[in-house]
Write a protein that binds this ligand. Structure first.
Ligand code: DHB
Ligand code: FE
Length: 280
C-alpha cells in the first residue's frame, strides 16, 4: 500500500527559483537562505519519496484567468515547466503517475471533493520552486509528482478548514492505493506577503511564527480563520497559507517536526519551511 512518509511546506517565491537556476545562492543576499535550506535538502536526500503530491496554486500560468477551478488534480504522465513570461524555467519536466492520480481523483470525488480533472497542466513556480528548494538542480527529478491545484488568486478562495479536510481526504486516497509507494505531501506558498496595492511589501513575522506553531501543534485552532483576517494580518497573498492546511490534513493529528526554517525577507515574502513526520 502507498503510505505518507512526510509532510513538507515551503514558500514558493519565484526569485528563489531564479537564484537557484543562475547559481546565485552563494551571493550575500541568499547566503543565509541557502544555509537554512541545506539541512532540509540533506534530510530529503536520505528520505526520497517515490511520489510527491504537490499542492500549489497556479498563478494564471496554466489555467489563465478564464477558467479557475477551486480544486484541481493533474492526471498526466508528464508535466512541463510553464512559461511565466520569461520562457519556461530550465528545470526537468516532472514525470507524473497517471494511475495513482486517477485513483486519488476517484477517491476524492467519491469522498465529496469535486475535483477538476486536468489532463494537461504546465507547472509554474508554485510547483517547480519547491522541487528546486528540496532537490536542487538534478537532471531528472528524483520522484514522480502528482499536482493538486488550489485557487487562491481569484476571490473566493476555499477556507483553511476546507483545505484541511481536503488533506484528510487525500490521505485516505493515498492509504487506499494498492502500490507499495512512499509519498510526501507538499503544501506550498505563503507566508505573509502582498505583491500589489497600498500595502505592497507587507510582512508579519509574528503572525507567520504563530501560524506555523499552531499548524504543527493544533491546526484546528486556526483553520477557521477568515479570508479578511489573512489579508489584514498576512497581506493579500498570505492567503496562499491555506494550502499548508492541505499538507497538514494529510498527516496524523500528532506529528513530529523534523525541521523548521524561517528567513525574512526572501524577495517580497517571509520565507518558511517545515518538514513533518507522523508520530509513531
Ligand atoms: C512572490 C511570492 C509568491 O508566492 C509569488 O507567487 C510571487 C512572488 C515574491 O515574494 O516575490
Ligand atoms: Fe505564490
Amino acid at each position: 500500500m502507498a503510505r505518507v512518509i512526510a509532510g513538507i511546506s515551503t514558500s514558493h517565491v519565484p526569485a528563489i527559483g531564479a537564484a537557484i537556476d543562475h547559481e546565485k545562492l552563494q551571493e550575500p543576499y541568499w547566503q543565509k537562505f541557502a544555509q537554512g535550506i541545506e539541512p532540509a535538502r540533506e534530510w530529503m536526500a536520505e528520505n526520497i519519496p517515490d511520489v510527491c503530491v504537490v499542492v500549489f496554486n497556479d498563478h494564471a500560468s496554466s489555467f489563465s484567468l478564464e477558467v479557475i477551478p477551486t480544486f484541481a488534480i493533474g492526471v498526466a504522465e508528464q508535466y512541463q515547466p510553464a512559461d511565466e513570461g520569461y520562457g519556461p524555467r530550465q528545470v526537468p519536466a516532472a514525470d507524473g503517475h497517471a494511475e495513482f492520480s486517477w485513483h486519488i481523483a476517484e477517491s476524492l470525488i467519491q469522498d465529496e471533493f469535486d475535483m477538476a480533472i486536468v489532463n494537461r497542466l504546465d507547472i509554474d513556480h508554485g510547483c517547480t520552486v519547491p522541487l528546486s528548494i528540496l532537490f536542487g538542480r538534478p537532471e531528472k527529478w528524483p520522484c514522480r509528482i502528482i499536482p493538486i491545484c488550489v485557487n487562491v488568486i481569484q476571490y473566493p478562495p476555499p477556507s483553511g478548514k476546507r483545505c484541511y479536510h481536503l488533506g484528510q481526504a487525500i490521505r485516505r486516497a493515498i492509504d487506499s492505493y494498492h502500490e507499495d509507494l512512499t509519498v510526501a505531501v507538499f503544501g506550498t506558498g505563503g507566508m505573509s506577503h502582498q505583491l500589489q496595492g497600498e500595502r505592497a511589501g507587507v510582512i508579519n513575522q509574528d503572525f507567520d511564527r504563530q501560524f506555523l506553531d499552531s499548524l504543527v501543534q493544533d491546526p484546528e485552532s486556526i483553520m477557521e480563520r477568515s479570508r479578511t483576517e489573512y489579508i489584514r494580518e498576512a497581506g493579500s497573498e498570505g492567503i496562499e497559507l491555506v494550502m499548508w492546511f492541505v499538507m497538514r490534513g494529510a498527516m496524523n493529528r500528532e506529528v513530529e517536526e523534523v525541521y523548521r526554517f524561517m528567513h525574512v525577507p526572501a524577495s517580497n515574502t517571509s520565507y518558511g519551511l517545515t518538514i513533518l513526520q507522523n508520530s509513531q
